[in-house]
Design a protein around this ligand. Sequence first.
Ligand code: ZN
Ligand code: ZN
Length: 457
Amino acid sequence: MQVTNLNPDPDIGASAWVVECDGHRLLLDAGTHPQREGRAGLPLYAQAGEAPMDAIALSHCHHDHVGSLPVAIRHFPSAHVFMTDLSYFLVERVLHNSVNVMLRQRAELGIKEYPLFSHEEVDDYAAVFQGIAYRKEVDWVSFPRGRRTTSPTLEFFDAGHTLGSAGIRVKGHRQTLFYSGDVCFHDQTLLRAARFDGVKADILILETTRGGRSLSPDFSREAEMARLGDAIEEVLAAKGSVLIPSFALGRTQEMLAELALWMKAGRWKPRPVHIGGLGRVFTEIYDLQAHRTHRSHPRLRLTEAVELKVLSPQELEHTKLTGGKIFVMTAGMMSENTGAHDLALRMVEDPRQAIFFVGYSAPDSPAGRLRECPPGKKFLFSQFGGELTRNCRVEAFDLTAHANREDLLEFVGQVDPRVVVLGHGDGPARSWFAEEIAQRWPQIRVHQPGPGETVAC
Ligand SMILES: [Zn+2]
Ligand SMILES: [Zn+2]
């Protein structure tokens, strides 16, 4: 097998891997880089070689994994497109939303390359998408009639990261590869931990998001969640508002579940939770697919348990921030042209307001810069928002949907591969894994291919 990394950035960036197996080619993920503008955020599709791509398989519906799918299909027009049957319900919404965001960015920031694809293309391409159940092995190469050859297969395993998320096993005639995607090995409030039990492979492509982060021995997710509950309670009691910047898919529903449980337990007076339109759509789909999801609180219907108020961009500019409101708004990194960005612009300089982070923020995102800024100091929020003085309360809570590094390392031991390819993490995160693996399993070859580099496995 051969593995080529098409991510244009050495860090998390945009996930896209070409796997060559038994003379056939498969693209794993087709992301976009959340912090780069225009074509610079695309995977290096031009470096994928001339040969046709037989298939594209998607790990999950976050932008850094699916955001450039229509561009990938344009490059590789004969590819079949596979995803889990749960992702199948989400992917078109994600892509149509991307078109809308790109159109806004073209209008407001003058980025002429946008949109990189159109609503019509999303509709046209959707006809070839195929949703596959977890643990169902399928062929991904189709041969001309009469040619009796067996195809390599692929199989999705529940990754516990967001609804529909998967690790992907690729089986060829001689070798097996496993791609972790984004994975969570611990239970979240709704989604249960990944089910990768029994997976063995010759080659493992591993996410390393939290490789640079050690957990203190007394850390518990429950205690961290309780700390968030206390903090929200304090802000609401003082009649301020709370913004929890969240991905529309996954993080939003996990937060709504926790808020629903707190309100049910009488922690504070029931009140609506303000969310964005896309978050609302995904929350409906979480509810509709609850019976097919490996999750806790299977009967908790978020749309019934919490009064959801969708805020339009116009309402965001005028809604009152006094009186104790809760906002769970896209995006987690508060990129420009998102609800979280526009709301934060109004909150950052007001000491009554609070912004609570519950996930990863890249250091060069508006969220990353706000998190780094000491109270009372000025910082550059964004191109559109300019410089702001940080007066609001800012806190971060470790409620990640990514596996902790120790759990990932244990998974390496389980898979027992010959080769590990490290990705989806920054330099220090990848180095930690490279060193630990070399120490514990010196026989494993570890690779960290840079943008456009190929590893022969
Ligand atoms: Zn993800
Ligand atoms: Zn990711």
